[in-house]
Ligand binder design. Sequence first.
Ligand SMILES: [Zn+2]
Length: 194
Amino acid sequence: MLQDSIPYFDAHAHAQFLPYDADRGQMLQRARAAGVKMITVGTQHSTSAAGVKLAEEYPDDVWAAVGFHPAHVAEDWHHDKNEQRAPEPEAFDPGKLRELARYPKVVAIGECGLDYFRIPDNGTGTKEKQKDLFRAQIELAREAGKPLMVHCRAAFGDLIEMLVRHPSSSIFSRARRMTRADCSIWDIHSPLAA
Ligand SMILES: [Zn+2]
């Protein structure tokens, strides 16, 4: 039945993450059988490179987004064992990300954006670091001619302001806990709204 219908496309998966190590191949076979294709999204260089490798291994089923998640520049960085193999933070390296962005199976830059959810009110240093990181990836997306894969949580005002100031060609968004007020700002200013 599903094969006869329009395939599903998951625009934001993390199939390269560690919980799939035990049965990634079977999971992707089941996805193929059900007509599900996906973009697997990187959160730092290591997970982005793993996503590109997976996209190359599954040429008709998986595509990749490469980027650096805003939460990874937080001062209270913690090791997410579902995500990162190495137990220490990775430094953002735009050159290494640029190399990955050249792969034809890479269809977006991200996930990148702003996430103030766990930053205390006085965490202006972390917010500025996140903005610098996001700005660098907006530039990279423009340079590569690829859309942004945006992550935003509790930071919609600043995010919209940055996108208006530094427009990108197009975006995928993963907005968490967006309020009605955030939605109206998004509708007015989103590059997709025109
Ligand atoms: Zn994600």
